[in-house]
Design a protein around this ligand. Structure first.
Ligand SMILES: Nc1ncnc2c1ncn2[C@@H]1O[C@H](COP(=O)(O)OP(=O)(O)OP(=O)(O)O)[C@@H](O)[C@H]1O
Ligand SMILES: [Mg+2]
Length: 449
């Protein structure tokens, strides 16, 4: 697989280098007779039919043509063969400055030439305006390369010619083309979402029968929605999207349940912290989140909006520009959430904030209450699975009955109690470690033990 992979990329880059050469020769040759000039289109593309590398898979899957393949390879060159672009550093002797028609932009640490749309236009169209207009269509948002995130454009200042946009290759695509692997995108400024996973299993989830039943309704939808929509003939009236609200006190398992629903149904769950997104990216939310919605739709992710209260709270009277911007972003988000054809889970601590208009947009809304004593007993025993590490004075039945603590708080208690035992050089946790930890946890929550 690996040799295949580099072999084909190599051929494709050789082809691109040949085109660069030919274009330069043509552009700077004294030959005026177009018939005697090399035609770029006649430089044949590497044959892909017998290939099965990631690159050829993409070419076949999206039926990429000559121009598209050149654009994709050009975007790849700075990563895989940067020196192939050095010819573009040629200076215009008459003017003592770079050639405008080569385009290009300068990186901060990378010393080589970085291509822009103009660079691709120079290679594919030269001075032919008709061809230029044709090639420019590749830079439309709905062209295959952009829509499928095979290449990305990064626009500079407003008002500058659009073809000065940097031609980039999204890290997701680069990763796939150069390794054959599809990695998960990482949290960043431009991607304010995080892939969440858990070591816990479905059996570790402690919920009352009613809540579990509501949760199973969601997993049933995920597993059978196609059948429900088609076999039962509901597609005309029912949208494929499913929006669920999880609400309830902190630490009752909302995030855990969202993560487990993903694991259980084989879907990736991406968590978006809304409070953070809205405050940090004022004016940028739309740009950053639209990428997430698009990718989520393509890869069938479950979107988990944490701290969703900020979605419902802010629609009050907007008194300043910032408030208005935030309101606009919220309106955008609500619309995207409503249009999303997959599963969206929103989590919040307060239901009172959520107005009726919004409630109606949920397919279900599930309350995660504080656990009852019997559930707390299961949580205690799940957390301390190594029974040999518990002193004989620890009685979970009694602790579960006495202290009203949610799963999240119990994890804190366990951690504190174990640290105390370790610091005292013991390898068992005793009742006083736990009692002490509970008191601390209650104090943190502003309650008395
Ligand atoms: N119902 C539960 N069953 C099993 N474990 C739980 C449960 N609730 C909480 N826990 C434990 O507590 C941890 C924290 O819970 P989680 O983050 O899911 O709470 P949350 O409801 O999302 O809280 P918050 O409202 O603060 O976001 C979980 O990772 C898990 O270890
Ligand atoms: Mg949570």
């Amino acid at each position: 697989m690996n040799t295949d992979l580099s072999h084909f990329l190599d051929c494709e880059m050789n082809w691109c280098a040949e085109i660069i050469n030919a274009r330069f020769e043509q552009y700077f040759s004294a030959e005026d007779d177009p018939k005697k000039q090399i035609s770029i289109e006649n430089i044949t593309m590497p044959e892909i039919s017998s290939e099965n590398s990631p690159y050829s898979t993409i070419v076949k899957k999206y039926a990429l043509g000559f121009d598209e393949r050149l654009l994709l390879t050009l975007a790849l060159l700075p990563h895989l063969r940067p020196q192939a672009l050095d010819v573009f550093f040629l200076n215009n002797g008459n003017l003592g400055r770079p050639y405008t028609e080569f385009g290009g932009w300068k990186g901060k640490s990378h010393s080589g030439f970085l291509p822009t749309c103009e660079t691709a236009l120079f290679l594919l169209a030269g001075e032919n305006l008709g061809r230029r207009l044709e090639v420019m269509r590749l830079f439309d948002m709905d062209s295959t390369l952009l829509k499928e995130h095979l290449v990305a454009l990064e626009y500079g200042e407003a008002g500058e010619p659009v073809n000065s946009a940097a031609l980039r290759i999204p890290s997701e695509t680069l990763e796939y083309l150069s390794t054959g692997l599809r990695n998960m995108p990482d949290y960043s400024m431009h991607f304010p979402a995080k892939h969440i996973t858990t070591e816990l299993k479905w059996d570790d989830l402690v919920l009352s029968g009613d809540v579990m039943d509501d949760v199973s309704q969601v997993t049933a939808w995920i597993e059978h929605s196609e059948k429900i929509l088609d076999d039962w003939g509901l597609r005309k009236n029912v949208k494929p999207g499913y929006r669920v609200l999880f609400y309830g006190p902190p630490g009752t398992g909302k995030t855990l349940t969202a993560t487990l629903i993903g694991a259980h149904t084989g879907m990736d769950v991406y968590r978006i912290d809304l409070a953070q997104v809205i405050s940090k990216y004022i004016g940028e939310t739309e740009k950053n989140l639209s990428g997430i919605f698009d990718q989520a739709e393509r890869h069938k992710w479950i979107l988990f909006f944490d701290e969703a209260d900020s979605l419902f709270g802010t629609r009050t009277q907007a008194s300043n520009a910032n408030d208005r911007a935030a309101n606009q972003e919220i309106a955008y988000l609500l619309q995207r959430i409503e249009d999303f054809p997959g599963v969206v889970i929103l989590a919040s601590n307060l239901k009172s904030n959520i107005d009726d208009a919004f409630s109606r947009r949920f397919q279900s809304s599930i309350y995660f209450p504080m656990p009852e004593p019997s559930e707390r007993f299961r949580l205690w025993t799940n957390i301390f699975q190594k029974k040999e590490m518990l002193a004989s004075d620890v009685n979970f039945l009694e602790l579960a009955d006495k202290y009203e603590l949610a799963g999240g708080a119990l994890i804190n208690v366990a951690r504190f109690a174990v640290i105390r035992a370790v610091r005292e050089g013991r390898c068992v946790v005793n009742r006083s470690d736990i009692e002490m930890a509970v008191t601390k946890e209650f104090r943190k929550e502003g309650k008395m033990a």
